[in-house]
Design a protein around this ligand. Structure first.
Ligand code: DGL
Length: 436
């Protein structure tokens, strides 16, 4: 895995990426754009903090050693908290360059362009308190600007509006306090009076990345590779990057990366999931009479029962540790993989049996070369497995399988039919990441 992850709500962090790449051409980098949840700037600090934490945990589980939060908004919301909660990862964050700006202004007026979230954070207040005594700071929040840059829209009218107060106050230095803004530096420069200095912190952040890596003993020698990860696919995205989608739901439920595969918890209807395969919590006779099995047989149509019947006619009852395969009929997935979890019973190896069912499902998925799969809380309904324990066994055995086996799977969704069950899965996944 890449040593460094560079992360932003979208493409803004590429300004930092370019600067790091220039100084360390050999380093392996994973660039992460949270397109599904960005822009961050107009969200509350709490929302941005929660989301940034989910992504940072995900990146830590993927094995990166350093996370560069190339986003002022996310740094304002989460940096301090992340440093305290993920101690094995080195963090570098961003802050508006108030200090250098205050030291070079001759008019005594500095304009700062940033998102609303960045201005709300304590970090910004403390920067001004510490470094800008006697300097007038024109705080210019720029709602909509990062989004316009992200979509390649005309930024002219927004810039006219946001630069006016800065120009009027006669600022001679303008700080680009959002990593998206250097991407339109020319358009900004062009609208400012001659001689106004623009401060883009990308270069100094890149220097800091190398210093922190050095101090933390992180070896940056790699093969100069970059992976481009996004949380939301978009065919029309107009850049040269080869984006890989990582499956992190917008609701911010927990997600973990095990080798090349993402495991996420979410709530929803398994039968409606657009994945390659769904797993059925079946009974040994493959008679789909209740719970998830009934929902699957209803949503898929008669073929599910017909194929299941043919399967048991050929092979007999479904043994623990064996998976049966049918088509998915009218559901959006292509296959249903049926496994029979244990009926929770005192004196039997419930955990071993449930883990065997999970392994059987993931094994079958690998055999038929499936990339995305969704599993329910097997055995946690009428089979009486305590839900807290069942979800933990399912999450742990999934992680174990992914860690040990060579698999085609790239995304495993652990699906609770309601929020309470999804939360149990999320907690189970969080306990996996805590073991990091
Ligand atoms: N690029 C980000 C920043 O530096 C945030 C832009 C946004 O998502 O609103 O603040």
């Amino acid at each position: 895995m890449a040593a460094i992850a560079i992360f932003d709500s979208g493409i803004g962090g590429t300004t930092v990426y370019d600067a790091v790449r220039e100084r360390a051409p050999w380093v392996d980098i994973v660039y992460v754009a949270d397109h599904a949840f960005g822009p961050y700037g107009e969200r509350s600090l709490d929302e941005v903090r929660a989301r940034t934490e989910v992504l940072a945990r995900y990146l830590a589980s993927a094995g990166v050693e350093m996370i560069v939060i190339a986003c002022n908004s996310a740094s304002a919301a989460a940096l301090q908290h992340l440093r305290a909660s993920l101690r094995d990862v080195a963090f570098v964050g961003m802050e508006p360059a108030v200090k250098p700006a205050a030291s070079i202004t001759t008019t005594g007026v500095v304009g700062v362009m940033a998102t609303g979230a960045t201005f709300q954070g304590e970090l910004f207040r403390s920067l001004v308190g510490k470094h800008a005594e006697g300097v007038e700071i024109v705080e210019q929040a720029c709602p909509g600007l990062a989004a316009a840059i992200e979509h390649g829209d005309d930024v002219g009218p927004l810039l006219e509006r946001y630069l006016a107060p800065i120009i009027e106050a006669e600022a001679d230095v303008v700080v680009l306090g959002c990593t998206h803004y250097p991407l339109i530096r020319d358009a900004i420069e062009h609208r400012l009076p001659e001689g106004v200095e623009i401060i883009d912190p990308s270069t100094s952040v890149a220097r800091r990345v190398l210093d922190v890596a050095h101090d933390a003993g992180i070896d940056l020698k790699g093969s100069a590779s970059t992976r481009w990860w996004t949380t939301a696919p978009d065919e029309d995205r107009d850049d040269d990057h080869d984006w890989e989608t990582i499956d992190i739901p917008e609701s911010g439920k927990e997600a973990v990366r095990v080798c090349e595969t993402t495991v996420v918890a979410l709530a929803g209807d398994l039968t409606a999931m657009p994945v390659d395969a769904i797993v059925n919590a079946a009974n040994v006779e493959l008679v789909h009479g209740g719970g998830i099995a009934l929902a699957i047989s209803r949503a898929g149509g008669p073929t599910i029962d017909e194929e299941s019947h043919r399967w048991t006619e050929m092979y007999g009852p479904l043994e623990p540790g064996v998976a049966a395969l049918t088509s998915a009929g009218e559901m959006p997935s292509s296959y249903v993989i049926h496994v029979a979890g244990p009926i929770h019973t005192a004196g039997q190896d419930n955990e071993g049996l449930l883990a065997a069912a999970v392994f059987a499902a993931l094994d079958m998925a690998t055999e038929i070369e499936v990339k995305t799969i969704a599993l329910p809380a097997i055995s946690a309904g009428v089979y009486g497995y305590p839900p807290d324990e069942a979800t933990l066994v399912i999450a742990e055995s999934t992680a174990e399988f992914l860690d040990e086996q060579d698999t085609t799977l790239r995304s495993v969704r652990l699906v609770g039919f309601d929020d309470a069950m999804a939360t149990r899965f999320a907690e189970a996944i969080a306990s996996l990441t805590d073991e990091l």
